[in-house]
Design a protein around this ligand. Structure first.
Ligand code: GLN
Length: 203
């Protein structure tokens, strides 16, 4: 791999373009992925925010679900934001009955967890290992992480409010997930953190 890794963005649905911009800012070559063949020569992949039930349907319809699971099993670095976090969860609460996930992170997430009043909100988020102060967390009908297995590292919890202490960012090996949307803020530190992970995995 050259020093510029190629990172796919799953482009079935959701905020694909915002992730592509953030990845470019983090010195990766971003490429949309819609077909199984396009997973072959990636160094990493982003699963964007959007609607996880629709993403699940489309991944099944496009024959991508099994190839995605296979690439995750091979150790492909993958970052999921919001709906993408749900796609990386081994277990989903409050999902639709026919909803599937790619899985890979030993966690249970709750869809639309923050409830009505708080369906969308913003909060500062301290993200372990990121320098430069708290992130501006944008939460849009976001999931939270209800529980994690022993191999999962919690990177961020909500600091305050009715959901204080809830886990909103995790990592397990080469898999990273956030409840919030750093791609919408112009702050590309989470993408840079992921691109570093992609570079380390390629070495
Ligand atoms: N509520 C959405 C879902 O269930 C996620 C929302 C988002 O990605 N902003 O997939």
């Amino acid at each position: 791999m050259s020093s510029t890794p190629t990172v796919g963005v799953l482009a079935l649905q959701g905020d694909v373009r915002e992730h592509a911009v953030a990845l470019a800012e983090a010195d990766a070559l971003a490429r949309p992925v819609r077909r199984p063949e396009e997973l072959a020569d990636l160094d990493g992949l982003v699963i964007p925010g959007g609607e996880s039930t629709t993403m699940s349907n489309l991944a099944l319809a496009f024959g991508l679900m099994e190839p995605l699971r296979a690439r995750v099993a091979e150790g492909l670095p993958v970052y999921g934001s919001c709906a993408g976090m749900i796609m990386l969860a081994d277990k989903i609460l409050d999902g639709r009955d026919d909803q599937q996930s790619v899985g890979g992170i030993d966690m249970t997430v709750r869809r639309n967890a923050f409830g009505r009043q708080n369906e969308s909100f913003e909060s500062p988020v301290d993200f372990a290992g990121l320098e430069g102060g708290p992130l501006h967390g944008v939460f849009i009908r976001a999931p939270w992480v209800e529980s994690v297995g022993a191999g999962v590292e919690v990177l961020a919890e909500l600091p305050a409010g009715p959901a204080a202490g809830r886990t909103v960012a995790v990592r397990q090996g080469n898999l990273l997930a956030t409840s919030f949307h750093p791609e919408l803020t112009g702050d590309h530190r989470v993408h840079a953190f992921f691109v570093d992970l992609v570079r380390a995995a390629a070495r």
